[in-house]
Each structure stands twice: as C-alpha cells, then as structure tokens.
Design a protein around this ligand. Sequence first.
Ligand SMILES: NC(=O)c1ccc[n+]([C@@H]2O[C@H](COP(=O)([O-])OP(=O)(O)OC[C@H]3O[C@@H](n4cnc5c(N)ncnc54)[C@H](O)[C@@H]3O)[C@@H](O)[C@H]2O)c1
Length: 248
Amino acid sequence: MTGLQGRTALITGAASGIGAACARELAARGAAVTVADVDEAGATALAEEIGGKAWAVDLLDVEALERIRLDADILVNNAGMQVIDRIVDYQPEKFRMLLTLMVESPFLLIRSVLPGMYERGFGRIVNISSVHGIRASEFKVAYVTAKHALEGLSKVTALEGASHGVTSNCVNPGYVRTPLVTKQIADQARTHGIGEQEVVEKILLSESAIKRLVEPEEVAGLVGWLASPAAAMVTGASYTMDGGWSAR
Ligand SMILES: NC(=O)c1ccc[n+]([C@@H]2O[C@H](COP(=O)([O-])OP(=O)(O)OC[C@H]3O[C@@H](n4cnc5c(N)ncnc54)[C@H](O)[C@@H]3O)[C@@H](O)[C@H]2O)c1
C-alpha cells in the first residue's frame, strides 16, 4: 500500500466525503497531501490528521485560478455539488455554477499543474466523474452535462500528457455514502413521502445491480491505484465503480 513516497498530491473538495477518503489514502501511500477546500476548518482539521497542508480556496473564483501556478505530482479533481430540478425550472445561475466548479475549475487546475509535471516527466491526474459522466438521469441537467464534459477534458489531457509521463483518468462511482448523497436521500424521502431506506433501494439504486451505496474508501482505493506506479499504462480511461449500473 505504498509507492507514492516523495510525491506531492493536491486534492480538491478534500474536507469531506470522497475527497477526504482520497486524502487519507494518498497520505497512507506516502504522498505529501494538500487538502484544498472552501471549508477552511474542515481542510485544516484533515490536514492536521494526515500530516498534510490545508489550502482554503473557493474553486468558483476562476479568475484567481487563471493566474495561479501550482506544483503537484498528483492532482485529484474532486470538488463537486448537486442541484436537482426539471430543465424548465432549472436556474441558469445554478447551471453555470455547477459547470464552473466541475469543468472550468478542473481545466484551470490541470492547466496550472501540467507545466511542472512536464518538467519532471511525471504526473497523475484523477478526475472524480460519476456514473453520470457516462449515463443520464432526469432532473440533473447541470451535473450530467458537467460530468460528461469532465470526461472529455480528462481524455484530451491524457493525449497531450502521454509523451510527458502524465496520465489522466476518470473514476465513475454510483451513489457513494457522503454528505452530498445523504442530503439527497433526506430530500427525496420528504418529497416522495417514503422512508430513507426505501429511497435508497427503490430510487437511488434502481439501476444498480448491487443494492448498497459505495463507501468513500472504496473509491479512494481506486484513486490510490491510479496514482501509483502500477497504473502507468492506464490513461484516458474511465473506471466505473457503480455496482453494475452501467452494465445495463
Ligand atoms: N457521493 C456520490 O454519490 C458521488 C457519486 C459520484 C460522483 N461523486 C463526485 O464525487 C465528488 C465528491 O463528492 P462527495 O459526495 O464526496 O461530496 P461532499 O459534498 O461530501 O464533498 C464535496 C466537497 O467539495 C467542497 N466544495 C464544494 N464547493 C467548493 C468550492 N467552490 N471550492 C472548494 N471546495 C468546494 C465542499 O466543501 C466539500 O468538502 C464530486 O465531484 C461528486 O460529483 C459523488
């Protein structure tokens, strides 16, 4: 479970959920981890726990990201959010916000870390996409659009980075047990007037062959492997961890 000694890793949205699990995983594998999040207290607490650094940053501030120069051997683009509504009711500013956080900001971070990776001849970019990067669901227009765009960004990065020792891949989980999902479960239970367990089994996991949520540590294990020397030939790929959802 090592292989990342001497490497630096930058993980966005790392104060919570999947990002936090990735921070712990990469630190356990030996990397010096920067925990980037708009939640400064959360980022600081986790950085202290894993012996890393905290970076309090609002990734919606794309003008600042345009000017920044970052150095990292491993970049995990993980920060994300969800807004659910019918297209006809969808607020344009929410659509723009999700696209900014989950497409433009990853582009700017990749653009910023690549020169250093190219100089060192090594880089690992892991983009936390979703089963919604390869499948659609109703009422998630901005999220599905953003994740599909992230898939394209990841593939172009893979092609341009290949001759410089840089790989770029997507990870595509189904529903993961994180605050992002527990909030959706509570909302849906209220909206549909049913219990939370029923929401998980009948609504969230209707397409999943395995009827349980993914654990954040399971996603982090895959991210750790993609960052490791063992995955040097894996690039431009999208790895599902969706309990069989996309097998349909
Ligand atoms: N939970 C799931 O079921 C699931 C499934 C597939 C993909 N994903 C993806 O995994 C990623 C992480 O999701 P999660 O479930 O761990 O969510 P989460 O809500 O637990 O964590 C998201 C983190 O991103 C941070 N963040 C939000 N906006 C930010 C901003 N403007 N600047 C900096 N940080 C910001 C939050 O503070 C939070 O710490 C997202 O990209 C999400 O789309 C989640």
